[in-house]
Write a protein that binds this ligand. Structure first.
Ligand SMILES: Nc1ncnc2c1ncn2[C@@H]1O[C@H](COP(=O)(O)OP(=O)(O)OP(=O)(O)O)[C@@H](O)[C@H]1O
Ligand SMILES: [Mg+2]
Length: 264
């Protein structure tokens, strides 16, 4: 039955770097069609880099990325988007000085082509009525939560085969996080697989069927969501201990202990 269907996203032995600074050390995992995967790990573990590599914003130094069975390694971001991958990056991801509708139109033109824009707008306002009410307002005048909804709406067109959402809940009030997660669940019902990057382990695991835990640029867990919590908490606690030791032993101004240049 579904055995022959390729995963919607597959990373294989991906290494990536920012200049001389190596950020990923052979990351492999896959996301099945329609699945929801939590991508967890402490600050600096490489979660956003994984998201950027998958969407083509950061080039891999080696390894491969496949979207829906197609090798997209090294392809530009817009082609990967057309192959069916949507990425809501960290941060706000909206153009402040443009209206809500202008933000959506710009993104939909790029992702879906001109012909689809008005249907896509209708669908976006149906899914997020708060955006419909403020369609002519400047995006910069929206609340933080509404801006996150807008950045989500911008990529939810056509619907994507896989959506990578990077820390959507960061800095939002719990009730607003509920709205954002309702948007994710809605996307999943229309068949979009989700990769949810989160610091809030519980939020992500409530939605996810499986999980990837990263630590210092490597996968330390890839399996069922239930098994991930203990690993993720342990990794975060270990990071905190390392940081505290570094702060107490060598005093302020010292280099962090995890300098990774040269690590292989
Ligand atoms: N543009 C960049 N230039 C140089 N180094 C970077 C850049 N972006 C990230 N890094 C480094 O790469 C490593 C992985 O960062 P990344 O942003 O992927 O982590 P993260 O897990 O998303 O962390 P956070 O939870 O803080 O968002 C970190 O050590 C970070 O300092
Ligand atoms: Mg990040």
């Amino acid at each position: 039955m579904t055995r022959l269907e390729p995963p919607v996203l597959e990373l294989e032995a991906v290494r990536a770097a920012y200049g001389p600074y190596r950020a990923l050390f052979g990351v492999s995992f896959s996301v099945d069609r329609g699945a929801a995967v939590a991508l967890l790990g402490p600050n600096g573990a490489g979660k956003s880099t994984v998201a950027r590599v998958a969407s083509g914003l950061v080039r891999v130094s080696s390894g491969s990325v496949r979207v829906d069975g197609r090798d997209v390694t090294g392809e530009p971001a817009w082609r990967i988007a057309r192959a069916g991958l949507a990425h809501v990056p960290e941060g706000r991801g909206v153009f402040d000085s443009l209206s809500v509708e202008e933000n959506l139109v710009l993104s939909f033109r790029r992702r879906a082509g001109r012909g689809e824009v008005s249907t896509s707008l209708e669908r976006a306002y149906e899914r997020f009525p708060a955006l419909g009410q403020r369609r002519h307002d400047r995006a910069g005048a929206l609340s933080g939560g509404q801006q996150r909804l807008l950045s989500l709406a911008k990529v939810l067109v056509a619907p994507p085969k896989v959506l990578i959402a990077d820390e959507l809940s960061l800095g939002l009030a719990p009730s607003v996080i509920d709205d954002v997660y309702a948007g994710l669940a809605d996307a999943r019902r229309s068949g979009t697989a989700l990769v949810v990057v989160e610091q809030q382990i519980d939020r992500a695991l409530a939605l996810a069927s499986s999980a990837v835990v990263l630590d210092r640029g490597a996968v330390v867990y890839f399996g069922p969501a239930q098994g991930a919590r203990a690993v993720a908490e342990e990794v975060v606690a270990r990071r905190h201990r390392v940081e505290e030791d570094a702060a107490t032993q060598v005093g302020p101004g010292a280099r962090p202990p995890a300098g990774r240049e040269g690590r292989t």
